[in-house]
Design a protein around this ligand. Structure first.
Ligand code: NAD
Ligand code: TDX
Length: 336
């Protein structure tokens, strides 16, 4: 099978590539990636002779067309992915997430190539902390941020191309991923690398916001399960029952790194900050037989801390820029 992985140099896409190389000898991989700030060229260097890597933009039809024509399957991980950035400059989110997805859809339509589109639980908006419900495949879309609204738009485009043009596509909406090769702008790598570099972790608002954490390998195994067994046109939610609030995440990182649990700062909240996400992945588990392997968040987090401790050469070059950029908008708060 010839698989085109867009965004394959980013966090989840590169883990997908590495895992596929390790587990699927029958798959021939091509990566199309724009190599934005979010891509780290070091990630795929050790496997460079086992795949083709093309630098290009999913919104560039001339770059996309021949690559799609030569594939049996496209897996679309390419996106602008960070909520905080989408509040500073939404335009690139519209361009990549919406226009880029539409360009991919036209190419898979032209060449009758199957697409799996990667999306997020953030398209459903947020839940109250005391709400017993979780998101399901039938929860109405209600995105809050420029990031999540452009991801919601991309999902709706995929669904429309399925219905109107008979494009063969599946979609998945996953909860928050953690694991190796995640950019230091995101919560878990930011706080691990803060502690490792002598900075204090930074918690937005009151820190009670809840995210439903899943290890990136569990996400990517679910993606392969959907590719192998999913029904064209259908959406599957991916989650591993990993709800944890941000304060607990940060305190656990501090404890695992041998620091006092209160050695962090509260900072100004993210505007529009979603309170809680929670995924009900019953459909994926019962219809397609997927189960997560990382069910103990603390041991997955501990392994992730070890990875960042051992790979400072991978993340250190971007750390100062990320912190300088955050420092422009985030101010310390006294504890709520
Ligand atoms: P990331 O920011 O780490 O990686 C995104 C990759 O896409 C980068 O390599 C970047 O260079 C590339 N890219 C950006 N614009 C591009 C363009 N125009 N053309 C080609 N490549 C481009 O993101 P991630 O965390 O790996 O997320 C991957 C996908 O998974 C996204 O669609 C995201 O919405 C979705 N998702 C992420 C999470 C999460 O917790 N990180 C959870 C659910 C869904
Ligand atoms: O320094 C921080 N302090 C903090 O309290 C950062 C970077 C984040 N936070 C909070 C905000 C969120 O409540 O931690 C939580 C997680 O933040 P992010 O890592 O920025 O992730 P989130 O906004 O939840 O979105 C992530 O999961 C869903 C990914 O970035 C998205 O691409 C994905 O769709």
């Amino acid at each position: 099978m010839r698989v085109l992985v867009t965004g394959g140099a980013g966090f989840i896409g590169s883990n997908f590539v590495l895992r596929t190389l390790a587990t699927r000898p029958d798959v021939e991989l091509t990566v199309l990636d724009k190599f934005t700030y979010a891509a780290n060229p070091r990630t795929l260097e050790p496997v460079a002779d086992r795949l083709r890597v093309v630098k290009g933009d999913i919104a560039d039809a001339d770059a996309v067309d021949p690559l799609v024509a030569g594939a049996d399957l496209v897996v679309n991980f390419a996106a602008e992915s960070h909520n905080d950035n989408s509040l500073r400059d939404p335009s690139v989110f519209v361009q990549t997430n919406v226009v880029g997805t539409s360009v991919l859809l036209e190419a898979v339509r032209r060449h009758d190539v199957k697409l799996h589109h990667i999306s997020t639980d953030e398209v459903y908006g947020d839940l109250d902390l005391d709400d017993p419900s979780k998101f399901t495949e039938s929860t109405p879309y209600n995105p809050s941020s420029p990031y999540s609204s452009t991801k919601a738009s991309s999902d709706l485009l995929v669904r429309a191309w399925v219905r109107s043009f008979g494009v063969r596509a599946t979609l998945s909406n996953c909860s928050n991923n953690y694991g190796p090769y995640q950019h230091v702008e995101k919560l878990i790598p930011r706080q691990i690398t803060n502690v490792l570099t002598g900075l204090r972790p930074k918690v937005y608002g009151d820190g009670r916001n809840v995210r439903d954490w899943i290890h990136v390998d569990d996400h990517n195994d679910a993606v392969w399960t959907i590719i192998d067994k999913g029904v064209d046109g259908e959406t599957y939610l991916i989650g591993a029952d990993g709800e944890v609030d941000n304060l607990t995440v940060v305190k656990t990182i501090l404890r695992l790194l041998g620091r006092p649990e209160d050695a962090f700062d509260f900072v100004t909240d993210r505007p529009g900050h979603d309170r809680r996400y929670a995924i009900d992945s019953t459909r994926l588990r019962t219809e397609l037989g997927w189960t997560p392997r990382y069910t103990d968040f603390e041991s997955g987090l501990s392994a992730t801390i070890d990875w960042y401790r051992d790979h400072s050469d991978w993340w250190a070059p971007s750390k100062d820029d990320v912190e300088a950029s955050y420092a422009k908008t985030q101010r310390p708060l006294s504890a709520p």
